[in-house]
Design a protein around this ligand. Sequence first.
Ligand code: CP
Length: 308
Amino acid sequence: MGLSIQHLLGLEGVSQRDITLMLDTADSFYKVLQREIKVVPTLRGKTIVNLFYENSTRTRISFEIAEKRLSASPLNFSVSTSSVNKGESLRDTIQNIEAMKIDMVVVRHGSAGVPYFLTQCTDAVIVNAGDGLHEHPTQALLDMMTIRQKLGKLEGLKVAIVGDIFHSRVARSNAWGLRTMGADVVLCGPPTLLPQHYESLGVPMTDNLDEALDGADVVMMLRLQRERQASGAFPTIREYRNRYCFDLDKLYSLPENVVVMHPGPINRGIELASDVADGNNSVILQQVTNGVALRMAVLYLLGGGENG
Ligand code: CP
């Protein structure tokens, strides 16, 4: 049995069975990626367009590697050299690309809802690689894959997600996904960066870092998104660092095996001290490694693997 979803737009509403299937399949591809020959023929003949309207290092490169490992044909759309700069609309752009007979689209866009919009104007399979403040589902899936690798399970764990919650699509996707998988999530940040709607969804929130860290198995630090800050969310970067930077003192107050995560890119010394980011509890580069296997799993399952 394959996935019950046709596109991956977010983790809100995605079942435990579907998430487990994506994580289990990613574990299998992780093993493939340890071999000398890392390429499988699964998506040979499929053309996948990587449509990135926002900057990316990890997500864009890992999708492209995943596509190549699956023997698909990746096509990287560069907004800066495209006719988007002549005023072409998103609908016209996707319909012209689809006219060239593509199969799947991986999209990152600054506006929430663009991946859903694309499902309404193309027959291609759509994978959300981050849409505005909404969701970043493959990031949350690779985070869950990494936690399972390190701690052997998700159910019953306490995961503290700390930082700029308001602007974080990573926090949203993780809150949905981790809770579906039976983990307890607590969100922490300055009150101005804690959206109240989470409380109505039953996700606990606090502006006190020590309270959030108490009993945490996993600490997921988030980037302070300075490019998205409206003025006045917090007084100064120095004050933010004093209250929310996860440093060695905080790390040493936690159990020895606590797992430290960050989706990247890191503002070193602001939300996360360098000696913690590069220390033994950090799985940050393992998250990046897992991103390739996880994205292979998503493309395989949506693009003709078990659904084919
Ligand atoms: N985590 C993440 O989305 O990183 P990029 O913006 O570099 O893709």
